[in-house]
Design a protein around this ligand. Sequence first.
Ligand code: DP6
Length: 332
Amino acid sequence: TPGRATAVAHPNIALVKYWGKRDEKLVLPRTDSLSMTLDIFPTTTTVRLAPRAGQDTVTFNGRPATGEALRRIVAFLDLVRDRAGSSERAVVDTENTVPTGAGLASSASGFAALAAAAAAAYGLGLDATELSRLARRGSGSASRSVFGGFAVWHAGSGTPEEADLGSYAEPVPAAARDLDPALVIAVVDAGPKAVSSREAMRRTVDTSPLFEPWAVSSKDDLTQMRAALLAGDLEAVGEIAERNALGMHATMLAARPAVRYLAPATLRVLDSVLQLRRDGLLAYVTMDAGPNVKVLCRRVDVERVAAVVRGAAAGGAVHIARPGPGTRLLNA
Ligand code: DP6
């Protein structure tokens, strides 16, 4: 029933990264990106419309949201209200199981769940494409969490208004059974990040001489990634994902001043993955806006990979994920 809705969404990890915006207000990316939605760390969000005017109330895991987090959610709700022609305030309750601020994309599951719950509560009848476009406005990567499995987020083209219409995610055809991937997530540092990804992206686009070359090569990475997924070639998927992520970090290292998310423990995990490869296992890494490492491997190898990564992560938590479902509404 409109007026109240609950949605569940999962994080996604990009295999071809989104890094850099062409338009900050509309959250239009510079490049297409492609991700795998995970089956762990769901975010569950309930939106209830408040009868009286006043302010939105937002709680995260039972605690009132404040500052920048609250500002972003209220701005997002304003967008939904605008489309719905409503001035009703909302009460938002979010249960987030993602370790926040650790480069595990809590904003992706967070805004995907919020978009679905808010759209339903305010009575917007959105299809999946429209929902993805809406979630994008909260956080770019959230556009991809609307879909399960593998998803590609189109940058859109033309004027900002045209790109806004064309910038949404959709499922990517993949030979899922042949791929049978798993992701080992090594949390080497669960603390908040030194530089927000928003600020880091801005600085990279504005100052890094490596940004344009990476954006150009990312186009090839995307084409080859689609082919690898379709062919069920996990080795190629891993190889492309790893080079794309290392290239993205190179763009940041070349920014002025440099943005460096990779920590000593990150490199120890990277070394352990090279050793796994020398031992004949399929294992490739990807890293986001933080020091944590996600290792892509075959499901049958996941325990062996996790054991080696756990040793290298020296006390950090290790999580195992598989492809997960898209965003869905829960029946009231
Ligand atoms: C490194 O989606 O968090 O994880 O659009 O500014 O909210 P905003 O950024 P966000 O950036 C994610 C960047 C990344 C790569 C990726 O997920 O593609």
